[in-house]
Design a protein around this ligand. Sequence first.
Ligand SMILES: Cc1cc2nc3c(=O)[nH]c(=O)nc-3n(C[C@H](O)[C@H](O)[C@H](O)COP(=O)(O)OP(=O)(O)OC[C@H]3O[C@@H](n4cnc5c(N)ncnc54)[C@H](O)[C@@H]3O)c2cc1C
Length: 482
Amino acid sequence: MMTGEQYIESLRNLKTEVHFMGERVANLVDHPAIRPHINAAAATYDLAFDPQHADLGSAISHLTGRRINRWTHIPQGQDDLVKKVKMLRAVGRITGTCFQRCVGMDALITLYSVTHDVDRKHGTGYHERFRRFLIETQDRDLLSGGAMTDPKGDRSKRPHEQHDPDLFVRVVERRPDGIVVRGAKMHQTGAVNSHQFIVLPGQALGPEEREYAIAFAVPADADGVIQVFGRQVNDSRKWEGTIDQGNPTYGVVGGEALVVFDNVFIPHERVFMLGETEFAGTIVERFTGYHRQNYGGCKSGNLDVLVGAAVALAEMQGTAKASHVRDKLAEMAHLVETMYSGALACSYECTKLACGTALVNLLLANTAKLNTARYYPEVTRLAQDIAGGFVATTPSERELDNPRVKAFVRKYYQTRPDVPAEDRIRLGRLIENMTGATPFIEGMHGAGSPQAQKVVVQRQIDWAERVQLASRIAGIPSAPRH
Ligand SMILES: Cc1cc2nc3c(=O)[nH]c(=O)nc-3n(C[C@H](O)[C@H](O)[C@H](O)COP(=O)(O)OP(=O)(O)OC[C@H]3O[C@@H](n4cnc5c(N)ncnc54)[C@H](O)[C@@H]3O)c2cc1C
């Protein structure tokens, strides 16, 4: 296993092509826009060595018997799934933001079982191939980006109906030693600081879409992999100072990129599905199940930080004892624990797949993510309510050193003689950055837009059974069909 520092150093050996603000990034490890996200990812490495959390941060590989980082582990039962959620909350509390590594973890978990299922149906050799890849990933403790979301073009059209066939990642050439792929994946969390990508289809596919039914792994710095790093609200503050960033060490959300595959060669050894269209839907269903489980873990950890900021500000501002503030804080805590409960529930209610991997309860996992999409904004709204308007209007941190105005800023932003104005400003900036557009949108669309979870909920519920329950109690002899 690597420490956080070793992980950061390992990135220096890559030749990853990243573009930001109109130019190629020469040194991404030390780039002010990127480094906070790297620090957040490094926390997933350090957790394995943290005596308080080592049991959460690491696990024993079921393939080798060796101790590995849990972010590369395949859950073997309920205990592993519960620890996954607790690990996510623990790191969420350390970083106060997204630490990126769960997308690749869920891609590994998903492919482990789906390759097994494909082989059973088609007699292919994907699973053995994938196990070799997994052992290498575990032993080298690699960070994998999980690449699922295609650009998708016109949402009313299927992949093969788009005006440009590259709007979904596809095979453009089959060679004796491998395949050549083209396309792109959008919104890739932690992509610029990943060692490799695991690329999966982003939706169910029909028989005419064989060239899109591909799963593969590729080094992040392979020829033809080009990344364009996205902007965030307030990101220029990263090269202006520290206080105004709110969370200068770990940043805001995961740092997302557009990842382009411009005719990239993938050797057969790294291809884990090629044309088995009927399994694309299985990949999406399992991946999103595991990924939606996470949201009740990591986001509850992040929101623990936000709740703490709201409590501290209320204390500083003399409102902590007001009954409405106490009520709002209790409401925030209640919503956070509700999100967490769903993640735990889907883990406890797991089942076993044919290959031995534990699968979360899909109904509960999707409910957990829906709760997150709904409650995250509500918790942030309450934090903003308690904090007050200064969160939106505070002058730049540079005014704290501006000789003409610094005394005025410090004087008028101070609420109590025993608390420096700067402390209040720091908490306000933390709340501002944690409740801004980027984290807000991540809680909504990350792991799929809310409607995607509703679809699974609709599919998983036995409606007829519920009608029967009501009909029996109401004394209606023949229940209407649903
Ligand atoms: C911060 C962040 C991090 C992310 N990280 C990753 C990552 O690491 N890896 C990854 O693969 N993805 C990642 N994603 C992508 C995420 O999974 C997608 O944003 C999500 O699935 C929604 O897809 P979309 O953004 O293309 O929006 P759309 O799919 O366009 O959805 C927008 C709206 O249109 C609706 N809609 C979509 N299609 C249809 C249709 N056919 N008919 C009717 N309505 C429709 C949706 O319900 C929604 O209301 C990330 C997203 C964010 C915001």
